[in-house]
Design a protein. Structure first.
Length: 650
């Protein structure tokens, strides 16, 4: 089967993962799918003996988990999701089904059984499509399972005990987690690794592909003679494979049998494919386009939640209900609850038992005072960029070229415009740039081995995010951050407590007019692209004049690459294209940044006397170049350069 980009087919559907397993949530969220997590309350107590095979048991349990959630949401919460996904992982060895151990002793007996032998891990999955008509819930179940064979090494008693004491076995089928410490126990695994972890992602995508991209039929004629069956004529396969009386528990909870149409989605897909061929009927549903049309709403919901500091409120890990959150804002519950649910759909919040908590992503980046916070960046976009982009049409009609006045500030970099800005605006911009700089600082600092430098000067170094990363990586390095006084007056609140402070000093000054501090290594990060060639030459010649023989210049910037990266994967090429588009759009509302290719940057460095220019990347947006000033009489020792891509100049 050819896999298709099927996850996007679900993007406008309300998808619910009926599972409390953090692993399942993580595996699914890595696909970019937006879903809500509603753990199932189905008691995993089906009669194992009543199933012909262990996997039939896992599949039925998965189905019952999903149906319980679908029914509960429909009946109690009066909400009907489009799709509910349930899963159940079991380990089987010698005809025994092992689930999660109830205590350490149970874990010990499970692991002892698995010791030195091969076992199977089955994950049963149920995809339940739901709809509500006349107040009744209708469901169609697609179910499948995946098997992976796992072999454990011979494990010592001591290792088993230590492993059990680590606490890892507690919530894992068979008492081990292959993805973590339990990986030590595993000699080999045949089949899908993620299936062992708890969710067979590849099979899931194949099943969705089968559902959403049905094979085209032979021709229009067949369509006339072989009409698609009506929904209710399909057998309810899931009921036919029922697992004893317990199997009916969730349907009963719904006040009747949940109806299943079996393959409604396939039928609809086939209908869609047929109408494409004949030209009759509506065109295919333009999901990608609708997503584009709606895209701004998602951004604005994120901005609003950040502005209201929703993620800060939830940072203490105590989940809060919508009414509690609303009362903190002094706002009515209704609107706040809706915003919170949108955040759940966007993967920013989790909702369990009607209470909300931050997802890992939000805890890491949307709480305002965490190390890698992007809260400042979000606020900057909310307070400034959003307004600018509402004038995009005007900017486009004014057009680029001589005399073009963009809508944004005269220049984006603080060194150019901070004097004109109010203190609050400067601080806002610093918060935004600090968040981004922190994200890439370590990658930049380690792009090359800089341990042979003892002093560095970061020109236009703002809050010192990169300076701190350099100091952390190179304990011998003394770093000067050189930036305008208006910028430096705000930097105190960005300094991490007690770390490397003695290695870093902040010096006010203007790198165009004042003499540059002494250093072995000068650093310019995202500066040159803010300036046209004449200013760039002026700055580079000042640096070159101050740089001692044997000293270096580390240049970090975005690089213009019309062709896209060489040997790029499809993903990388798409990312590069998206970055390019974003830059082009930014250029319409702000003065366009000077776009230079890697070769141009390399030539610039060489022209100003830097040799042995090497380059590498830091993340997918930044390039890092390092050039050195030759020692007297060209006796420059070859330095050990540690970069992922070395491109030495001839
Ligand atoms: C073999 C293995 C299992 N697991 C976890 O074991 C739980 C199985 O239990 P379940 O009953 O299927 O799921 P649950 O955790 O109770 O969640 P729910 O879906 O709500 O029933 C799931 O978590 C899996 O990840 C791992 O994390 N790593 C492994 O190597």
């Amino acid at each position: 089967m050819v896999l298709c980009p099927v996850i996007r087919k679900l993007q406008h559907q309300w998808v619910v993962l009926a599972s409390a397993s953090p692993r399942r949530r993580e595996i699914l969220s890595q696909t970019g799918l937006r879903f809500e997590v509603v753990p199932s309350r189905f008691k995993e107590n089906l009669q194992k003996a009543s199933f012909p095979t262990p996997h039939a048991y896992a599949v039925e349990t998965a189905k019952q988990k999903a149906l319980e959630v679908a029914c509960r949401m429909h009946q109690k919460d009066l909400r009907t999701p489009d799709i509910v996904i349930g899963a159940d992982t079991i380990v089987t060895v010698g005809g025994l089904i092992l689930e999660k151990p109830v205590d350490k002793q149970d874990a010990y007996s499970m692991l002892s059984r698995l010791n030195g032998t091969e076992h199977s891990v089955f994950t049963g999955v149920a995809i339940v499509h739901c709809c509500s008509t006349d107040g009744r819930l209708h469901t169609e179940v697609t179910e499948f399972y995946e098997e992976t064979r796992v072999r454990f090494s011979e494990l010592s008693e001591e290792l088993l005990r230590e492993y059990i004491d680590s606490g890892e076995p507690t919530d894992k089928a068979g008492g081990y987690g292959i993805q973590a410490l339990g990986g030590m126990l595993v000699e080999s695994a045949h089949g899908d690794f993620l299936n062992v972890v708890g969710f067979p992602l590849n099979r899931f995508c194949r099943e969705l592909t089968r559902l959403y991209y049905p094979p085209p039929r032979e021709g229009p004629q067949q369509l006339t003679h072989d009409p698609l069956p009506a929904l209710d004529t399909r057998d309810n396969l899931s009921d036919a494979e029922g697992g004893g009386s317990d199997a009916a528990q969730s349907q009963e909870a719904c006040g009747g049998r949940a109806e299943a149409g079996g393959e409604r989605t396939q039928a609809e897909g086939a209908q869609e494919a047929a109408s494409n061929r004949t030209g009759d009927g509506p065109p295919p549903f333009p999901i990608g386009l609708l997503e584009l049309i709606d895209g701004f709403k998602a951004s604005k919901a994120l901005f609003t939640a950040c502005k209201l500091k929703v993620f800060d409120l939830l940072k203490d890990e105590t989940p809060l209900r919508a009414s509690e959150i609303a009362s903190r804002f002094g706002a009515p519950r209704g609107g706040v609850a809706q915003l919170l649910d949108v955040c759940v759909a966007l993967g920013l919040l989790e909702k369990t038992r009607r209470a909300y908590s931050n997802t890992d992503l939000a805890s890491r980046h949307l709480v305002s005072d965490v190390e890698y916070s992007l809260h400042g960046l979000v606020m900057h976009h909310n307070d400034h960029t959003w307004n600018l982009f509402s004038h995009l049409e005007r900017a486009i009609l004014a057009g680029p070229g001589p005399g073009h006045t963009s809508l944004g500030d005269k220049a984006t970099h603080l060194s150019q415009n901070s004097r004109d800005q109010s203190k609050e605006a400067t601080l806002g911009l610093l918060r935004a740039t600090h968040g981004l700089a922190k994200l890439t600082a370590r990658q930049v600092a380690t792009a090359f081995d800089l341990s042979w430098f003892t002093s560095a000067c970061h020109l236009g170094g703002c809050t010192g995010a990169l300076a701190h990363a350099l100091a952390r990586e190179y304990p011998r390095l003394q770093v000067t951050v050189f930036d305008l006084p208006e910028v430096l007056e705000h930097v105190a609140c960005f300094q991490p407590e007690g770390r490397q402070t003695e290695q870093i000093r902040f010096l006010p000054g203007d790198f165009f007019t004042e003499s540059l501090p002494d250093a072995d290594l000068y650093v310019l990060s995202r500066i040159l692209s803010d300036w046209e060639d004449d200013k760039v030459h002026e700055l580079l010649s000042r640096i070159s004049g101050s740089c001692k023989p044997g000293g270096g210049l580390l240049l970090v910037d975005t690089v213009w690459d019309e062709e896209g990266p060489e040997n790029a994967t499809v993903d990388e090429a798409r990312r590069a294209a998206r970055n390019g588009l974003r830059r082009a759009l930014d250029g319409l509302v702000w003065p366009p940044r000077a776009q230079r290719s890697l070769a141009e940057y390399r030539r610039l460095l060489q022209r100003h006397g830097f040799r042995d220019v090497a380059e590498t990347r830091a993340g997918d947006q930044l390039h890092v170049l390092l050039g050195t000033r030759p020692s007297p009489r060209e006796a420059v020792p070859t330095r050990p350069l540690r970069g992922r891509l070395h491109c030495r100049d001839a």
